[in-house]
Design a protein around this ligand. Structure first.
Ligand code: URA
Length: 189
């Protein structure tokens, strides 16, 4: 079975998921999107209001910034990478996902990473970075470095929402992290 077929199966399994309490408040499960054979994968935190309504990760204001930085610093559009979240369902009122919710959703995230098998994973913000690196260290300490994760290069960076709040300096650091990811992509090819 191809990666695309296996991802479609996993998406189907996730669509009716009731593994945690977030199921009760969602409009729909927001599974990852993009190229099942992508070399580059982004991992965010969880769907917000726009994503919950549209059923696609990063389609609101944060997503517009992500698309822009991807285009300007890496030279690709979103359909050439794969974009997923730590949790598939919107936490009520956009609160932080709880540890039990992250744990319940982890098999879907790890399943997507294993099936897409990218060369480089960029984690967006604290939750994605801490979840995948299994650390309590914050993003501002972790960004600017490259980590090994399940045989993949992992590049931690800020969440685009933090860049929208934090302004120029945060955006500049995100740009530098995207350039770092691009260089690693060339190496991985
Ligand atoms: N923030 C996230 O972490 N993920 C999304 O899909 C949208 C906003």
């Amino acid at each position: 079975m191809s990666a695309a077929e296996e991802l479609a199966r996993l998406r189907e399994a996730a669509s009716g998921c009731t593994r945690c309490a977030l199921a009760a408040g969602r409009t729909q499960v927001v599974f990852g999107v993009g190229d099942p054979d992508a070399d580059l994968m982004f991992v965010g935190e969880g769907p917000g209001r726009d994503e919950d309504l549209r059923g696609e990760p990063f389609v609101g204001r944060s997503g517009k910034l992500l698309d822009l930085l991807m285009r300007q610093e890496i030279g690709i559009e979103r359909d050439r990478c794969y974009i997923a979240n730590v949790v598939l369902c919107r936490p009520p009122g956009n609160r932080d996902p709880l540890p039990a919710e992250i744990d319940a959703c982890r098999p879907y995230l790890e399943g997507q990473i294993d099936l897409v098998a990218p060369g480089v994973v960029v984690t967006l913000g604290n939750f994605a970075t801490k979840t995948l690196l299994d650390t309590t260290e914050g993003i501002s300490k972790l960004r600017g470095r490259v980590f090994a994760f399940r045989g993949v290069h992992l590049v931690p960076t800020y969440h685009p929402a933090a860049a929208l709040r934090g302004g120029g300096e945060v955006v500049a650091e995100m740009r530098a992290d995207f350039v770092r990811a691009k260089a690693l992509l060339r190496e991985a090819r």
